[in-house]
Design a protein. Structure first.
Length: 193
């Protein structure tokens, strides 16, 4: 199984990565190959321009914007599972994740109407790792729902979200044995489902 991790924290070594490290170690131990894209390290990336050039390409993303996100679109088509990793920003995914999600519109090919959409991601899997300084019902639930709906519209199997709420810092996350066990179980389950 090939897992493409789209890591959307502006702090590449922060709380989200601390949880993700455990998830990915377990997934790799279960046999997955993982590739992580740190969105904070992309230069000159932009969101969807809604130019609709991608709609001229039937069997590939075909995004006309030539930036650091363009290769991610192709990597997503090649992956078996797309794992969104994001902190909660004002009841939403981080702006970096939102920018990539918007660009995923190039994955959707409309035959005649919006109801007849064909997805280049059809049959793949999606999941999410979400970290939040606040409680689970203080925005993390909305981020999980956003990711679930992305999976649904993409015609992907939704494998769920691992939400880690009330996070303090990366060191505290790594020292939490219960959290490490929960994150490891989530990572293993991604491969077995």
């Amino acid at each position: 199984m090939k897992i493409l991790v789209i890591q959307g924290s502006p702090r590449p070594d922060g709380n989200t990565q601390a949880v993700l490290d455990t998830v990915l170690a377990a997934a790799e131990q279960a046999g997955a190959k993982t590739q992580t894209v740190q969105l904070s390290r992309l230069k000159g990336a932009v969101g969807c321009m809604e130019c609709r050039a991608c709609k001229q390409h039937r069997d590939e993303p075909g995004c006309a914007v030539d930036d650091g996100i363009a290769p991610i679109l192709s990597q997503a088509v090649e992956a078996d599972l797309i794992l969104w990793a994001t902190p909660v920003f004002c009841w939403s995914p981080s702006w970096l994740i939102k920018m990539v999600m918007d660009r995923f519109s190039s994955m959707f090919k409309f035959e005649d109407t919006i109801e007849s959409v064909r997805s280049l991601l059809d049959g793949k899997k999606m999941a999410a790792v979400i970290t939040a300084a606040g409680g689970e019902k203080d925005g993390a639930d909305l981020v999980a729902e956003t990711c679930r709906r992305m999976a649904q519209f993409s015609k992907c199997d939704w494998l769920g979200a691992l939400t880690v709420a009330n996070v303090v810092d990366a060191a505290t996350i790594r020292a939490d044995a219960d959290l490490t066990e929960r994150a490891g179980a989530f990572g293993s389950a991604l491969v077995s489902r």
